[in-house]
Design a protein around this ligand. Structure first.
Ligand code: NAD
Length: 470
């Protein structure tokens, strides 16, 4: 018999936390999963990836139906029943969180609802509805995630000022929406609200949208949304928002200045880790100034029997990174010699078109002085993209110049997020351009563009004419 209540206590039930808990239980550990909210799944399932994708699907159908007019098929103006759409979205979330609760039960993972914090190196206290519970553990996995960053000087508390969670509530479709932050969340939500009927303005601090991805990947999206949105202001910040009976008045500063009234404002300027909120210090766990917790490749913090995974250990703050880290931590708790050694973690913006990238970006390759070559295949030369009337994007592969091995990839087109997995696998497997080009891809698909980009790099492509260099 162990001297502790649990072999593994997992704090936080987002994609990282529930994966860690389930994997640990599957490996024979006695597991507690502590979560503050009644539903499992964390931000991703409840107020992030999943509901936003449900709404983005709706948005893309609205846009596609409208685009059909060019092809001789008219559906007329859509009638949007916002309440029904919200109920659908809630149903999607409910199905998934319900599934998680069922799987936790099947695995005999004890789910404890309440706010947990450390009380010592082997003890967590949980503030539950029924009072405070003290739980002891042999190993703990911190999976407490992150939260939206709040901009100072804003009238938080006014329901018209929203973070991403509020925006996903879909309370109403504002006539004029201001999106502060041209990153992934801002641009995904802009896409949803514009399709539902809002007139959208985006304000971004830096010179380009979606900083971190290659600017050429973003260009086709920027061109498309510049036509659809009211305005996109780069190198501009919102310094203040005033409350008015009729709306929120935003004061701009930078390349674009002045003030304007909006019906609602969404602030999506990044996320901040929750590491400082769990009294980790009482367990001896070091937490950085900004709330991040450092870990090694086995996901151990400076306290060897306490692990941390997901957003709280650093960028990229992505669910699929967290789940992989969660599995590693659970396996190490169960005595396995696992380690996190992914060569690449894909990123996807589920905008329209989608933008996906993995491995080294071209900007990073240049900055690091890498010797690399590029193979780029435009969707304008893809039969499938032409048939879809969506020729604006491309697939770009980066290869190490001496080994011809793929080191990075970027794709812009509808469903780029699905296409990027092949490139992630190619990087993991150390594939060379020839391996990718000679893999027979089904025709006609957008996935062919991956093989053809490799052929462009190799100089063997026949679907494009590239004059030989003299
Ligand atoms: P982000 O960091 O991707 O983008 C925030 C943007 O806001 C940046 O472009 C930044 O320059 C800009 N900004 C910052 N301060 C500003 C200001 N005062 N005025 C105007 N612009 C300002 O952050 P996010 O979009 O909030 O997303 C947060 C995290 O969630 C990211 O780590 C992202 O990876 C993750 N996420 C991923 C997905 C996905 O995988 N599809 C979806 C949503 C969120």
């Amino acid at each position: 018999m162990s001297e502790f209540d649990y072999d593994v206590l997992v704090l936080g039930a987002g994609p990282g936390g529930y994966t860690a808990a389930f994997r640990a239980a599957d490996l024979g550990q006695k597991v507690a999963l502590v979560e503050r909210y009644p539903d499992l799944g964390g931000v991703c399932l409840n107020v992030g990836c999943i509901p936003s994708k449900a709404l983005l699907h709706t948005a893309s159908i609205i846009d596609e139906a409208a685009a059909m007019e060019q092809h001789g098929v008219s559906f007329g103006e859509p009638f949007i029943d916002i309440d029904k759409l919200r109920i659908f979205k809630e149903g999607v979330v409910g199905k998934l969180t319900g599934g998680l609760a069922g799987m936790a039960k099947q695995r005999k993972v004890e789910v404890i609802q309440g706010v947990g914090s450390f009380a010592g190196p082997n003890e967590v206290t949980v503030e539950t509805e029924g009072g405070t519970r003290s739980l002891s553990f042999s190993n703990a996995i911190i999976a407490v995630g992150s939260q939206s960053m709040e901009l100072g000087g804003m009238p938080w508390g006014d329901p018209r000022l929203m973070d991403s969670t509020d925006a996903l509530e879909l309370e109403e479709v504002p006539l004029r929406l201001l999106v502060v932050g041209g990153g992934i969340i801002g641009l995904e939500m802009a896409c949803v609200y514009q399709a539902l009927g809002s007139s959208v303005t985006v304000v971004e601090l830096t010179p380009g949208l979606m900083p971190g991805s290659d600017p050429d990947l973003v260009k086709p999206l920027q061109r498309r949304i510049t036509k659809k949105y009211e305005a996109i202001h780069l190198e501009t910040r919102v310094k203040q928002i005033d409350v008015d009976d009729k709306g929120l008045v935003a004061h701009f500063e930078g390349k674009h200045s002045g003030k304007e009234m909006f019906d609602r404002v969404l602030v999506a300027v990044g996320r901040t880790p929750n590491g400082s909120k769990i009294n980790a210090e009482s367990a001896g766990v070091e937490v950085g100034d900004r709330g991040f917790i450092s870990v090694d490749a086995q996901m151990r913090t400076n306290v060897p029997h306490i692990f941390a995974i997901g957003d709280v250990v650093g960028q990229p703050m992505l669910a699929h990174k967290a789940t992989h880290e969660g599995k590693v931590a659970a396996e190490v708790c169960a005595g396995h010699k696992s380690a996190f050694d992914a060569r690449a973690i894909p990123s996807v913006a589920y905008t329209d078109p989608e933008i996906a990238w993995v491995g080294v970006t071209e900007a990073e390759a240049k900055k690091a002085g890498l010797e690399y070559g590029v193979g780029k295949f435009p969707m304008a030369a893809s039969g499938r993209a032409i048939g879809n009337d969506r020729t604006e994007g491309f697939t770009k592969l980066l290869f190490d110049a001496s080994s011809n091995r793929i080191i990075g990839a970027g794709i812009t087109c509808p469903n780029a997020g699905d296409l990027i997995s092949e490139c992630a696998l190619a990087i993991e497997m150390g594939a060379e351009a020839g391996d990718i080009g000679m893999t027979i891809h089904p025709h006609p698909t957008l996935s062919e563009s991956v093989a053809m980009a490799a052929e462009v790099f190799e100089g063997t492509v026949t679907d494009l004419y590239i004059p030989k260099k003299k």
